[in-house]
Ligand binder design. Structure first.
Ligand code: PMP
Length: 436
């Protein structure tokens, strides 16, 4: 059956639509942090931040069903849901971030954010990190390599390496040599890269528009950086007249545990925040929240219309998400369970020399596999083999980072303390089976 479905896909779908795993998983049902395949096999979902409350969460199913039975339409009529949701959403933001707009995907949110940055600053130049993924539109992929090789980068974009504390601190690293005995100040190091990028841009006659970053650099290898490490870079961007866009598509909605939004870990206030993935727990809805004067530079001049953005059904889903996070205490849950999981995973590192680094915040954890612990050499083949082994043991996840050697552990927030055992013992057994 899997082969038949794969064949049908190949016949009718574009080839760039890739699936996970050599032998794809054919899913038919989800509940909480679990997924079931067509043979009735249960998997622990250690990857999915879309169904962040848990797969098919009853509160979202009920809210969507009820609204769908009553009304759903495009967004050119008055309806209350969008206002009720926005009032609630804005209470989660720092003061000053007080205007919202809605779309359907993270790509559209970032696309609009980049347009806002250009309108407000009068500049064209964007700064992003080397491996960041901010979306699939021409604008967003123009400011980030968007899934690697072959993607065109806009000539006005400058890329800076994400703050990888593990590699910066490696014996013999240039950053460590330069820092000497005090060790590397990751925030200063990163701000210096941003400063250099701005200087290079200006030397090419390009004016800075903005800087876009995840507050946990996900595609760059799940790099949380030390808390606060974005602060100096943000200052540098502001002083140069650019705006700061926090892409919260992955870290947002309580996932990092210590705060509702990932940028809070760094003590910064962005000018624009973009939202997506978990916002509707599976219903496509995304958003942009901005400072009023920043947004006005765009929206007072340019009309923007998004047929489905902020429609009653997606707003109903989004409202149920906010309510459930609060009622079920999911942010605190993420903090507590994430801390426990991180400790258990670090325990594994002691037993397996191939585990180079374990890092994260809340339920957003990177587990880095290396061929040589001393030299910190990335081991992509091992990471891919571990993925397959984990799948055989009923755990689904994926890899990230420029070398594809970092397991991305980002389960639904419904992940419970009891799931830690399954994940950690599956990882332990997988590494042992591979002699790692
Ligand atoms: N930003 C980040 C950080 C993302 O991870 C993604 C999706 N992987 C996007 C933007 C784009 O979101 P979407 O796929 O919904 O367009």
């Amino acid at each position: 059956r899997t082969r038949e479905l794969t064949g049908r896909r190949e016949a009718v779908l574009g080839a760039s639509y890739r699936l996970f795993y050599r032998r794809p998983v054919h899913l038919v049902r989800g509940e909480g942090a679990y997924l079931w395949d067509a043979d009735g096999r249960r998997y622990l979902d250690a990857y999915n931040n879309v169904a962040s409350l848990g797969h098919c969460h009853p509160a979202v199913v009920a809210a969507v069903t009820e609204q769908m039975q009553q009304l759903n339409t495009h967004t050119r009529y008055l309806h209350e849901r969008i206002l009720d949701y926005t009032d609630e959403l804005l209470t989660t933001m720092p003061p000053g971030l007080d205007k919202a707009m809605y779309m359907c995907t993270g790509s559209e949110a970032n696309d609009l954010a980049i347009r806002v940055a250009k309108a407000y600053s009068g500049g064209e130049g964007m700064i992003a990190t080397t491996e960041a993924y901010h979306g699939t539109s021409e604008l967003t992929s123009g400011v980030s390599p968007a899934l690697g090789a072959g993607q065109p980068i806009a000539p006005t974009t400058r890329l800076v390496p994400a703050p990888d504390a593990y590699r910066l601190g490696a014996p013999g690293s240039a950053a460590l040599e330069a820092a000497g005995r005090d060790g590397v100040d990751v925030g200063r190091w990163f701000a210096d890269r941003v400063r250099a990028a701005i200087a290079g841009m200006e030397a090419d006659g390009i004016k800075l528009a903005g800087f876009i970053a995840d507050s946990i650099f996900s595609s760059d290898g799940v790099l949380p950086g030390p808390a606060g490490c974005l602060a100096e870079a943000v200052e540098v961007v502001h002083r140069a007249g650019g705006i700061v866009i926090a892409d919260e598509v992955q870290p947002g909605f309580g996932r990092t545990g210590d705060a509702f939004w990932g940028f809070r870990r760094h003590g910064v206030v962005p000018d624009v925040v973009t939202l997506g993935k978990p916002m509707g727990n599976g219903i496509p809805v995304s958003g942009l929240v901005a400072k009023a004067d920043v947004l006005a530079a765009f929206s007072d001049r340019v009309p923007y219309f998004n047929t489905f953005g902020g429609n009653p059904v997606s707003m109903a889903a989004a409202q149920a998400v906010l309510t459930t996070i609060r009622e079920e205490g999911l942010q605190e849950h993420s903090r507590v369970v994430g801390r426990e999981l991180l400790a258990e995973l670090r325990g594994l590192a002691a037993a397996h020399p191939s585990v180079g680094d374990v890092r994260g915040a809340g339920l957003f954890i990177g587990f880095e596999l290396v061929a040589d612990a001393e030299l910190r050499t990335p081991d992509r083949d091992l990471a891919l083999a571990v993925l397959e082994e984990l799948r055989e043991r009923g755990v689904l996840t994926s890899v990230a980072g420029p070398h594809g050697n970092v397991l991305k552990l980002r389960p639904p927030l419904a992940f419970r303390t009891t799931d830690i055992d399954q994940l950690v013992s599956a990882l332990d057994a997988s590494l042992t089976a591979l002699g790692a």
